[in-house]
Each structure stands twice: as structure tokens, then as C-alpha cells.
Design a binder for this molecule. Structure first.
Ligand code: ADP
Ligand code: MG
Length: 618
């Protein structure tokens, strides 16, 4: 190695300290290195300069480096004989003091070294890029490929010189991706421009992966496409997120639609149930027409449950701050559940004593039970057993998203066909169903999930194919009192006095409620929206005991109306009526209001009870 290098060492005064014979030999000069020792180096440089093509340039360079004296410098020089040499200048220093200079001449080995260095650098850059890169010949043979494209090292060297088609055959894969790549390379070569397309590949687990492929022409000196640079970007994650976004937008649109329908429907049901109730009160117990009226009322109750399901699904239902006894609801519902299943299916109920109140309303809890039981039924075409367990559970420490405390565990188990892992992962997705069209909607478990998580509970599934499924719902225990105080004695309408400002934009509901409240003894001021209501209130001089108002109305909604009215009449109580609150801040406002909310559709009994309850409060 030392022999490859010619070295000249001079001191700070420019006196030659050492000069190797190889220096002169490299330059094709007569070897008499020893004679320069102790003499000014300028004499030696004069001689050395004669060896180079650009003699003056060489000497200028030396003078420049000396005057600057600072940094290491490298330069490629061409000798008169046509060889390329590398000259290195290395200032030697002791602290700040220049103590000498080292010149080094070597065969032009370094250009190669450098390109190797550069190549290594580029390879490292390619390897670090998230994309997959390959350089291919115009016939699609691999010349270079990054580790991100082919992780396996042996395979990576195997593919050099080979094509995608050969690769597919080697790996036992379908050749369709190779054909698409070949076609793309052909387009690049013909059109001499970048070609882009999206590629779907199956990975080893059979999952689909999406790639964006760019095939970029690399031109030779004659302007033809000499090579093609293939660049692939993995879009799998992006596509997944896109899908989720589309799904959530779909759900959002559907939620709005469902919520909107439920809103209008609730108004209609309030009228149907209300008028039916009113009629029922006027009929004697022995009246035959009761038989016609009862199915109407029953149907309207069922329709109300349906709109509740729609609202729960759209998650826009105003959460009534209520607490419900799981056992009590279960007792009320079991008969109905038994009617849902065939005789070949047995329903067993196990209950353990203890805390049983959860922060749901009865209809929500019924929805949970009905959905779980219907699913269990559907999984047992040839019969079996459904077991419903209710028991209190105390979590001493926070576990998997649940805080420590008292819970009620509700478990529905079946002896049906069970579900596969893949199904289990998707059951909470809206519209996911394995049932034939017309049988499954795929909304059951997603609704249950919505109800349970809104109540800050969790839901877990254990299932084995062929053995059955067990769905376990944990709900935090709730020991608060029922909102609205003790229920009034059923059947006896609660009469009252005082002035009520009734605001409702649906004239049918307005008339029904007005008539009913007038019958009960109240004086009614009516308005169709918030603006009209404020005008009516401004003209009325007496006290207004209660503002009974719809929430969603044109011009001015109930929330704003209540706020404005209370500015002038702080003693007026407020009771909202709604089945649907679109705006979460409004929902919060209403939920916080001390008088609360009358959920539509309501019966006339409930109307009378709630109005009397609000007015009776101190
Ligand atoms: P749907 O009942 O309309 O299909 P769900 O959301 O209630 O919608 O249920 C989604 C899917 O979950 C069902 O299609 C079924 O494949 C599966 N599933 C739910 N409950 C059970 C169960 N108890 N046993 C087996 N599979 C079930
Ligand atoms: Mg279902």
C-alpha cells in the first residue's frame, strides 16, 4: 500500500523533510528523491510539475493551498502520460501552529473508492425509503432491487437478471401481477413517459395489500429508454383508513336520516297514543269499543319502541338520566322473549341477589335483551337453550377500560352454532351480517354496542364454533334515584292549576297537549315557535308557572327560548318535550335543566304526571 503512494513531507518553512522514491516513480520522473531532503520544496514542486499536463495549473494550485494553509484538499490531476493521479494536501498542525505539510500522490484509486462509497450511500438511502424500488431492463429483467421490495436476501440476489414472471413461477404465485408489470414497462418504453397504476397483491396470510406503482423511464445517451425505475408505495393502510372514513360517513348520513325520521315519527305517535289514551279514558270498562282501541294503543307502543331503536342506533336519542332495575325489566320482558323463540328453544333465567340498577332506560335495556336473544335464537335453528344470567360484580381494580366499582353483569349464552374468529371480529360493525338478506340487518349488535358503551359499560363475546356463544355485558351499577320523583298512581290523572306556556311547532301535537292540559285544569298559552312564544309571554301579565316546549323548532328552538324567557321570568319552570336532539350542546343544556325532558312520544298519563311533578317541586 505504502508503495502505491508517493509522499512528500515538508516543515513549516517549506523545507523538504522526507520524499519517498515512489513519488517520483509514480510521476515517471528519474528517482533521485534523497537529493531533495533539506532543500526548499519549491525546487521539488518545479520538478514534479513537469510531470503534469497542466504544469502552471499545478504550481498555482500549490501556491494557493500554501497561502490558505487550512484545510485538507484533494484533487485529481492528469499526468503528461495520460494517467490520473490523486493529489492530497494535508496541513500538519500543533494546535493553531502550522508545523508542516504532507503531500501525497497516489494512483487514481480513489475515484473508484468514491463511487463505491457513493453506491453504498445510495443503497442505504434506497433501503431507508418507505417505497419499494427496482431497476429493470426494458425487457423487465431485474438489475437492482431494494430490501423493502424483497426482504429475503437470498431471494433478492436470486431475482437479479430474472423477470417477475419467473419470480411468480418460482414462488408459486399467480402471474397476473407480473403481466400487469410487463404491460406497464412496455408502455414506458413505447411512450417514453412515466406510467402509473395501482396493484393489488395478496400477502402470505391472504390479506390484500394495495400498492401504487410508478414506472419511470431512465434514458440512455441516445435518448432511448435504457432502463425502467420501478417505484412502489404501500397504500394498504391508507386504503383501510379511507374505507373507515367512508363507512363512518355512511353511518353518519344514515344516523341523520334515522334520527330525522324518528323525530317526525315521534310527533305522529304522540298524537296517536295521546288521542287513543284520551278516548280510552272516556270509555266505560264494559264498552266494546275498547277492544278496537287497545290494539291501536299497543301498536303505537310498539312503534314507539321502534323509533327508540332508530334513535339508539343513530345515537341521537336524548339520554334520560334514569336508572333502571335490571331484574325488574327482565321479569317484564321474559314473557315477550319467550314469544320470540320457538318451542324447541328453552329460556332459562338465573339471577343472583345484589345491586341491580344500571343507568339506562327500560326500553334500552329491553333492546339489549331482545337483540341478544334473537341472535341466540337465530344461531339455534334446531333448538337449544338460552341462558340469561344476571349478577352483581365488584371490580376491585380498574380492568380493561373499566374503572373499579360495582357492576351488573348480564350474560346471554346459547348452545348454537357459534362463530368463527373472523366473524367475531366484525359483529359490532353496523350492517355486518351472516344471515340471508331479509333476515339479518346487521344492526343488532351495533345497536347493543352503542347502548352499552354510552352507559360506560363493556361487552365481551366468547364463542366456539359448534358449541355456542356467550355474550357478557357489564354495566356500571347506578344507585341514584329515579328522575322525576316517585311515579304518580297509575290511572288517576294528576289535576293541577296555573298557566302553562305551551310551545310546539307540530299543530297536531300542540292541539292534543293543549286539550289535555286544559282538561286537567291548567290555563294554556300556546305558540308555534320560540319567537311567537316570547311575544305571547310579553303580552301576558300574569305569572307563567311552566314553559312546556318542544326543542327543535323553526326560528327559535326550545333551548334558546327557555334562556330568554327566564331572563324576564326567573320563576318560570321549564320542561322540554323532544325525542330528538341534533345538537349535542343543546342536549347537554337540556340534560342539565333541573326540570328535565319529557321524551316523545309520551302518553297523556305521563304528560300529566311530569307537569304536576315539575310544578309540585319546591
Ligand atoms: P343480524 O342479527 O341482523 O345479522 P347482528 O348485529 O345482531 O346482526 O349480528 C351480526 C352477526 O353476528 C350475525 O349475523 C351472526 O353472524 C353473528 N352473531 C351474533 N350473535 C350470534 C350468536 N349468538 N351466535 C352466533 N353468531 C352470532
Ligand atoms: Mg341480530
Amino acid at each position: 500500500m505504502a508503495d502505491d503512494l508517493g509522499i512528500l513531507l515538508e516543515d513549516a518553512d517549506g523545507v523538504v523533510q522526507h520524499c519517498t522514491p515512489s513519488l517520483l516513480r509514480h510521476l515517471g520522473l528519474p528517482e533521485a528523491a534523497g537529493q531533495y531532503r533539506g532543500r526548499p520544496s519549491s525546487a521539488l514542486h518545479e520538478v514534479v510539475a513537469t510531470a503534469f499536463l497542466d504544469r502552471a495549473g499545478y504550481l498555482d494550485g500549490i501556491a494557493f493551498l500554501r497561502s490558505r494553509g487550512a484545510a485538507v484538499d484533494r484533487e485529481l490531476l492528469t499526468t503528461a502520460a495520460g494517467h490520473t493521479l490523486e493529489r492530497t494536501y494535508l496541513p500538519l498542525r500543533d494546535g493553531d501552529v502550522l508545523t508542516g505539510t504532507l503531500w501525497q500522490f497516489g494512483a487514481a484509486r480513489l475515484p473508484d473508492d468514491r463511487s463505491a462509497e457513493r453506491l453504498a450511500l445510495f443503497e442505504a438511502i434506497f433501503a431507508a425509503l418507505p417505497g419499494q424500488m427496482a431497476v429493470l431492463s426494458p425487457t423487465g429483467r431485474y438489475e437492482f432491487v431494494t430490501p423493502s421490495a424483497i426482504r429475503d436476501e437470498a431471494l433478492r440476489s436470486w431475482i437479479i437478471g430474472r423477470t417477475d414472471r419467473e419470480y411468480a413461477a418460482h414462488r408459486g404465485r399467480a402471474a397476473s401481477f407480473a403481466e400487469a408489470r410487463e404491460a406497464s414497462i412496455r408502455r414506458v418504453v413505447e411512450r417514453r413517459e412515466v406510467d402509473e397504476y395501482e396493484e393489488e397483491l395478496r400477502d402470505a396470510d391472504g390479506a390484500t395489500r394495495h400498492y401504487q406503482r410508478h414506472m419511470v423511464p431512465m434514458f440512455g445517451a441516445d435518448g432511448t429508454v435504457e432502463r425502467v425505475l420501478g417505484y412502489g408505495l404501500d397504500l394498504t393502510q391508507l386504503r383501510r383508513v379511507e374505507q373507515q372514513l367512508i363507512q363512518s360517513q355512511k353511518m353518519d348520513a344514515l344516523g341523520r336520516l334515522a334520527g330525522g325520521i324518528a323525530h317526525d315519527f315521534n310527533n305522529l305517535l304522540t298524537v296517536i297514543a295521546g288521542c287513543g289514551d284520551a278516548l280510552m279514558l272516556e270509555l266505560d270498562d264494559s264498552d266494546e269499543r275498547r277492544e278496537l282501541l287497545e290494539p291501536i294503543l299497543e301498536a303505537s307502543t310498539r312503534a314507539a319502541d321502534l323509533t327508540q331503536q332508530l334513535l339508539a342506533f343513530s345515537r341521537r336519542s336524548v339520554q334520560q338520566v334514569t336508572s333502571v332495575d335490571v331484574m325488574e325489566v327482565l321479569d317484564r320482558t321474559v314473557a315477550m322473549l319467550r314469544r320470540l323463540v320457538s318451542d324447541a328453544i328453552q329460556i332459562r333465567v338465573h339471577r343472583a341477589p345484589g345491586a341491580q340498577h344500571v343507568p339506562l332506560d327500560a326500553s334500552q335495556l329491553q333492546q339489549v335483551l331482545v337483540n341478544l336473544v334473537v341472535n341466540a335464537r337465530d344461531a339455534m335453528a334446531s333448538g337449544g337453550t338460552i341462558t340469561i344470567d344476571v349478577r352483581p360484580l365488584r371490580l376491585l381494580e380498574p380492568t380493561s377500560g373499566l374503572s373499579a366499582g360495582e357492576y351488573v353483569e348480564l350474560q346471554v349464552s346459547d348452545t348454537g352454532h357459534g362463530m368463527t374468529e373472523a366473524v367475531r371480529e366484525q359483529v359490532f360493525e353496523p350492517f355486518f351480517t351472516t344471515k340471508p338478506a331479509g333476515v339479518g340487518t346487521g344492526l343488532g349488535l351495533s345497536t347493543v354496542y352503542g347502548i352499552v358503551t354510552t352507559a360506560k359499560g363493556t361487552i365481551r363475546i366468547t364463542s366456539a364454533v359448534g358449541e355456542g356463544t356467550s355474550i357478557r355485558v357489564l354495566l356500571p351499577c347506578d344507585c341514584r334515584e329515579l328522575v322525576g320523583g316517585a311515579p304518580a298512581t297509575a290511572g288517576v290523572p294528576v289535576r293541577g292549576t296555573g298557566t302553562i306556556l305551551l310551545v310546539e311547532n307540530d299543530p297536531l301535537v300542540l292541539n292534543l297537549v293543549r286539550r289535555r292540559l286544559q282538561e286537567l285544569g291548567y290555563d294554556i298559552l300556546a305558540a308555534h315557535d320560540g319567537v311567537e312564544a316570547l311575544a305571547v309571554a310579553a303580552q301576558y301579565e300574569g305569572p307563567i308557572a311552566l314553559l312546556l316546549t318542544d326543542v327543535v323548532m323553526p326560528h327559535m328552538g326550545g333551548g334558546m327560548l327557555a334562556q330568554r324567557l327566564k331572563e324576564g321570568r326567573p320563576d318560570t319552570r321549564v320542561l322540554f318535550m323532544s325525542g330528538f336532539v341534533d345538537d349535542p350542546t343543546l342536549a347537554a343544556e337540556i340534560a342539565q335543566g333541573d326540570e328535565g325532558l319529557l321524551q316523545k312520544p309520551f302518553t297523556l298519563h305521563l304528560l300529566a304526571e311530569r307537569v304536576a311533578g315539575v310544578l309540585a317541586r319546591p
